[in-house]
Ligand binder design. Structure first.
Ligand SMILES: *[C@@H]1O[C@H](CO)[C@@H](O)[C@H](O)[C@H]1NC(C)=O
Ligand SMILES: *[C@@H]1O[C@H](CO)[C@@H](O)[C@H](O)[C@H]1NC(C)=O
Ligand SMILES: *[C@@H]1O[C@H](CO)[C@@H](O)[C@H](O)[C@H]1NC(C)=O
Ligand SMILES: *[C@@H]1O[C@H](CO)[C@@H](O)[C@H](O)[C@H]1NC(C)=O
Length: 393
């Protein structure tokens, strides 16, 4: 009897595996071609450095000293890279098999703006700019809690992002992220440069918190990817790997860890450099990739995002956690923060934006709070939430 059950289970597993593959129409030739393309030789990279620097007007917050900047990565315990080479996270066949399509591997799901629901204000909180309600259409399958600033000439953005490991509720195509976006582009089609941390099992194969970069030229429709999963980002740093686990993570009322990330355009080359920590250049997105970001960014966003088809639907909300999984009102030590938020405009100074707006799609599921403790300190942005709860069924 026991034997029968086991073999039946085995059969079911095989059948479901086969039918998954049949539904996904896996083309092994295409899969192997993609693997080959991803398997870059350990070539020497040209040790480039950004040729610019920005002065920061630093306004420290009191709690600064009680949290820790993360600079090391777990993989470094087992070695380091030879001079002139960079660490690359290896993509295996099973990683590609998790993707819905081989072309879509390692890219964020398409971001389609729901036009029909622009007038349905029921479940959306619209951003406030200078105390005026601005109507931004909600995103499909996503829920956000963001701080943003709009302008015509940003050439840099940074922030210290508190690191957590929120839980997800369904592994397939679900992600949670805390990040910075630097965007430009007309209407719904935007170019975007991004970095932060994410938990995204479909791309990384586990539920650890990962340091990531991402870019797109067309709102994730057909260009761009995470990390080094496609050509685009030029990685120059031998110490920091893209897609590496970020550990340790913060704990409730325990030690708080953060990563400092900055995305800055070199005004002479239009290359956008990613910096980690106070002054470590990771690599750059070549200015020649872009048609809008080759001049400046018009929209910078900081905060959290959830991707899951079960958002914005009554009675089936995902339990995916954003930030720490706690609401913004829990504040320091419990809720996820981004602080030392700054932009660079053509005045070349790093400073808090002249004005900011906030945007939360589902305040009862994921909330936000921009906390200014006193005059003279820059606000600390708190965001996040547990997803499904009595107020977010
Ligand atoms: C917000 O107000 C500030 C100060 O009055 C002004 O400089 C800025 O242009 C305003 N922004 C928008 C989008 O209206
Ligand atoms: C940016 O790219 C667009 C499209 O290729 C081009 O027309 C424009 O001149 C470029 N701008 C700069 C500042 O390079
Ligand atoms: C939203 O999720 C559903 C269910 O997975 C999927 O069929 C649909 O294509 C998604 N829409 C977008 C715009 O991602
Ligand atoms: C904050 O500073 C501004 C300008 O320095 C001042 O006008 C304002 O009264 C101060 N507010 C408080 C609450 O101290």
């Amino acid at each position: 009897m026991g034997k029968l059950n086991i073999s039946r289970l085995f059969l079911v597993l095989i059948l479901s595996y086969l039918s998954d593959r049949a539904n996904g129409r896996v083309n092994f030739k295409a899969l192997d071609a993609k693997l080959k393309q991803l398997k870059k030789p350990a070539v020497k990279t040209i040790q480039m450095k950004p040729s610019f620097d920005f002065k920061e007007e630093k306004s420290n917050t009191e709690k600064e000293s009680s949290s820790k900047l993360l600079m090391s990565q777990t993989w470094q315990r087992s070695g380091s890279c030879p001079e002139g080479t960079i660490p690359i996270r290896r993509i295996r066949r099973k990683d590609l098999l998790r993707a819905d399509s081989i072309d879509g591997f390692g890219r964020k799901p398409r971001e389609i703006v729901s036009k029909s629901s622009t007038t349905n204000q029921k479940d959306s909180h619209f951003p406030f700019i200078n105390n005026t309600n601005i109507i931004l259409p909600p995103l499909i399958n996503q829920s956000v809690a963001m701080l943003f600033t709009l302008g015509s000439n940003f050439i840099g953005a940074k922030g210290d992002i508190n690191v957590w490991n929120p839980s997800l509720s369904s592994p397939h195509q679900e992600f949670t992220a805390a990040q910075i976006f630097v965007k430009n582009g007309p209407g719904d089609v935007f170019e975007s440069l991004e970095s932060g941390w994410t938990v995204f099992p479909n791309v990384y194969g586990d539920r650890r918190t990962r340091f990531f970069t991402h870019w797109t030229l067309d709102s994730y429709t057909s260009t761009g990817c995470f990390d080094l999963n496609c050509d685009g980002f030029v990685h120059t740093n031998p110490q920091i790997a893209l897609g590496a686990a970020v550990e340790p993570v913060s704990t409730q009322l325990g030690e708080q860890y953060y990563i400092t990330l900055g995305i800055y355009m070199d005004p002479t080359t239009s290359n956008w450099w990613l910096k980690y920590g106070d002054d470590t250049a990771i690599g750059y997105w070549p200015g020649t990739l872009f048609s809008f970001l080759n001049h400046s960014s018009t929209l910078v966003e900081w905060g959290g995002r959830i991707y899951n088809p079960n958002v914005k639907k009554p009675n089936h909300h995902t339990k995916a956690g954003m930030g720490s999984g706690q609401f913004a009102s829990a504040l320091y030590g419990k809720a996820c923060f981004i602080r030392n938020i700054a932009i660079v405009d053509f005045s070349m100074a790093l400073k808090y934006p002249d004005w900011v707006g906030t945007w939360a799609d589902e305040f009862n599921c994921y909330s936000l709070y921009n906390d200014q403790e006193s005059n003279g300190t820059s606000p600390v942005f708190y965001f996040g939430g547990p997803g499904r709860n009595p107020d977010c069924p």
